[in-house]
Write a new protein. Structure first.
Length: 282
């Protein structure tokens, strides 16, 4: 009897040691590096916020496509598809939309649970106006210094007048609303996204206004883009990802998502392993 008890306790101890010694998942490492002002650690499958609250990382569920988008956990958020910065060699693969699985619970905790909460953090950014030499104010969140990152983008764009036509007449920034055709909140709802000139960019649903919900449209969708990649590189350098790197293209769209981009060298983290891609209808 003592022998079997010893064996039981031995393997239980090994299990406990393995749990204790298990490395922090790469996705968590990237989150901690991207949002150090909000997150302080990870324990027992939970991200720990600086206020002591916790958010579950992996809900352990096997999900259908729609479930993945309607109940995205942080593990899905980080590892479903890997966003590749820089100039793409190829157009996005079929249903490849990195960054569109968004954990709404995470963003609401960070940026605000309501329109009123998000509005309290909105601050102006000096942006390029259509007339050369003029500027205008646009409004984004100050959370995570998004306004400073976007101001840095604006400053770089201002020094390149040949890019002005693509970025002056913007489509918008903050707008508390769901994504078109879904119940999921748009990243514009949290004040960390911007749409540049809509007349010089493309959105797949606008290109198929009357029939975008048909499977045949999605199957035969042809990627389109008019936005110079020089603009994309500027935005990515300051922590924004681009909707033009999605199969369901939205080439006017940029959103501040530093966790999806390589960390600065001063806080480099391991790159997560690639997971089977999920698909979406943006």
């Amino acid at each position: 009897m003592r022998f079997y008890l010893f064996i039981l306790l031995f393997f239980k101890g090994l299990h406990g040691y393995a749990q204790h010694a298990a490395p922090v998942p790469p996705g968590i490492q990237r989150l901690l590096a991207a949002y150090p002002q909000h997150l302080k650690g990870y324990k027992d499958n939970h991200v720990i916020w600086k206020d002591g609250s916790k958010t579950r990382y992996d809900d352990g569920r096997m999900k259908t496509e729609e479930e993945a988008f309607d109940s995205t956990d942080l593990e899905d958020h980080m590892n479903a598809l890997i966003y590749e910065p820089g100039i793409s060699v190829d157009t996005p693969g079929y249903n490849c939309d990195p960054g569109t699985l968004r954990c709404q619970e995470f963003f609401m905790k960070m940026y605000g649970h309501s329109e009123a909460e998000v509005r309290r953090h909105l601050v102006p950014v000096t942006w390029l106006a259509p007339k050369p030499g003029r500027t205008k104010r646009i409004w984004v969140t100050s959370v995570n210094g998004v306004h400073r990152h976007l101001q840095a983008v604006a400053n770089e764009l201002a020094a390149r007048p040949h890019l002005r036509p693509y970025v002056t007449d913007i489509g918008g920034t903050f707008n508390w609303r769901p994504i078109m055709g879904t119940n999921r909140m748009s990243p514009h709802s949290f004040g960390f996204a911007i749409d540049i000139n809509t007349s010089r960019s493309e959105y797949w649903k606008w290109d198929h206004r009357d029939n975008w919900q048909l499977d045949s449209v999605e199957i035969n969708l042809q990627w389109r883009n008019s936005v110079p990649l020089e603009i994309v590189e500027i935005f990515e350098r300051h922590g924004f990802i681009w909707g033009g790197k999605w199969f369901h293209y939205d080439t006017m769209h940029f959103e501040y998502r530093p966790e999806m981009l390589p960390a600065p060298k001063s806080r480099a983290v391991a790159k997560p392993t690639r997971k089977a891609p999920a698909v979406k209808k943006q």
